[in-house]
Design a binder for this molecule. Sequence first.
Ligand SMILES: Cc1cc2nc3c(=O)[nH]c(=O)nc-3n(C[C@H](O)[C@H](O)[C@H](O)COP(=O)(O)OP(=O)(O)OC[C@H]3O[C@@H](n4cnc5c(N)ncnc54)[C@H](O)[C@@H]3O)c2cc1C
Length: 638
Amino acid sequence: MAPKRSSAKRETSDQVEDADERALDPTLTDKPDVSDSEMARPAKKRKQSYDKSQSIKKSDHLDYSFSDTVGHDGNEKPPKRNAFNPTGKLPEKPTPIETLRETLKEQGKAEGKPKNVLYWMRMRDHRIEDNRALAKASEIVQSNQGSHLIALFIISPDDYRSHDRSPRRIDFTLRNLRDLQKQFENDLNIPFIILTHKPRTDIPNKVMQLCKEWNVNRLYGNIEYEVDELWRDIQILEQGKKESIHCTFIDDTYVVPPGKVNTKDGRPYSVFSPWSRVWMDIVAKETEMLEEAPDPKSNDKSVREDENLKTLFDSKIPDHVEGFECKDGEYMRKLWPSGSKSAKQVLENFIKEKGGLHVLEGPADQFTTDEKSSNINGKESRIERYQTGRNLMHENGSSRISPYLTAGVISARACMRRVKEMTNNRLKVGRDSGPAAYNMEIGFRDFYGHVLAAWPRVCMGRAYITKYEDVVWEYDQSTLNAWKNGRTGYPIVDASMRQGAKQGYMHNRGRMIVAMFLTKHLMHDWREGESWFMQNFIDGDFASNNGGWQWSASTGTDPQPYFRIFNPLSQSEKCDPTGDYIRHWVPELRDIKGNAIHAPHERLSKEEFKTLDYPEPIVEHRFARQRALHRFKNVGEK
Ligand SMILES: Cc1cc2nc3c(=O)[nH]c(=O)nc-3n(C[C@H](O)[C@H](O)[C@H](O)COP(=O)(O)OP(=O)(O)OC[C@H]3O[C@@H](n4cnc5c(N)ncnc54)[C@H](O)[C@@H]3O)c2cc1C
């Protein structure tokens, strides 16, 4: 179909291009993250916006009550998550992570000779290599003859529901557990027990009971930083103390432990840019941050004869978890194969494969071209092109490692170590090369972990900037459904949403575009989108997802005010310049040639548009922008 570009229509679309957006994000080939946009502002203003976000009053967010319901009236208080915390209150100080660290300190060193040792695997550490809690547990076993290492994973459907975990993510978990069980039991003689337990508030009791049954008096786990999980671990520490079971929880998920990157006077940073400078400094100076944890050693064969332990081998892993049946399991298995070998391959491909190719599907661990490293100039690789490639939605520009990092199938440390190795062992972080920018994005992941731990209210369904909790949202099911189904009439939004629905994964630029569209154009509560992503994505990660949504909705840690409103049309033209991303994901538009692909309703004739089975835009950009500006400026007003 030929594009029809009448000058009048062209003018309309140019007009809707948002001047604020251009000012804030001049290139649009660079992610408009806080560092870039913040650095573009005068230092005085930067300081002001920083101070403002620091000055949120405690009284603004003290009353936390819990419910599982999602409010649907624009004036209702936002939805809150059901919590593990039995008090129903979430004190800002000390934060749960501070309480956990304090309780760990107070309990002191383990006393007495270790009996058996339990490593409790959680949702973020699905690997054997470079796993700190597992390595520590193994070290204790090695130094004590007669003691054995046991590994445990608890399937907790209540937690999955409360975290909106997607069936794809749960299916990926089970697939990884199967791989891990083989490695634990066949290669290391370590029984790996997988059991399902409900209710989630009873998990500490269950773990204590298992420790007693298995003659365990040392327990190791990697810290999970979500609020309920922290409360759970605090309770376990208290129960362990009573039962003489010494429990240790270790920082492993992030490169730098949450709570370590602070201002000189010990406050947490709320802005990425200054935070990242301190973060980089720590990673560069404290070499243990990237150090690989030693592999666990095998149990002595005698474990197979131990009366208590021999029956623990071959624990059954269910095919699925009830309520989390994965309907497209076969496709997911192909696209996102499980196991640490696959995760490493995904990273290797990113480092060695030729960049700039149009690749929109295909298994994450397979090369999409025959042009391997030996054939390509290093500068043409995906990672070297990353700064540009990561914003071009039709390209193989980013690493696609997020499902693996989210589940901990590979550690963030391992990713940075591998990148360091390819840059002649020099750690580069910043914006001046692809590898440096890649490390910076790993830093972004750390940043959102830091935000989650420092401001636990974000884990309770609360806005980071509490005054925006009273923004009046629209609760129009038809526009919400149009967004979910990729039928908004904005091709770039629809293409991104359809990629998300099909692959359980979406390009980062797409995530920003659709999140901003839902919250600013359609004025839907960001929590609606946050849960939709979690319920559908294989890489659903609470901290990064919440951080990304709150950033997009301007309720988060972005130092720019609410007037950052992406224009979907200019985003489309710059981030999908050929239109191939749209053509791939929105087949109704496949035959449109040229620039009309970005705005068919405007740029094709009426007759031509009618022949497409494609909706008109469900909202007009200029109207939507004005409405969003009004609602954010006048919080509480319609
Ligand atoms: C609204 C929204 C929701 C998001 N939800 C998630 C989520 O649930 N899980 C998730 O892993 N990421 C999330 N992100 C961040 C980012 O979009 C994905 O990490 C990225 O698209 C994954 O693709 P990749 O592995 O190819 O990324 P690459 O560009 O190759 O980056 C490598 C890794 O760096 C980290 N990273 C990159 N960008 C970001 C970022 N902006 N914030 C935090 N970490 C980052 C991720 O771990 C990523 O895998 C979200 C972003 C937005 C705007």
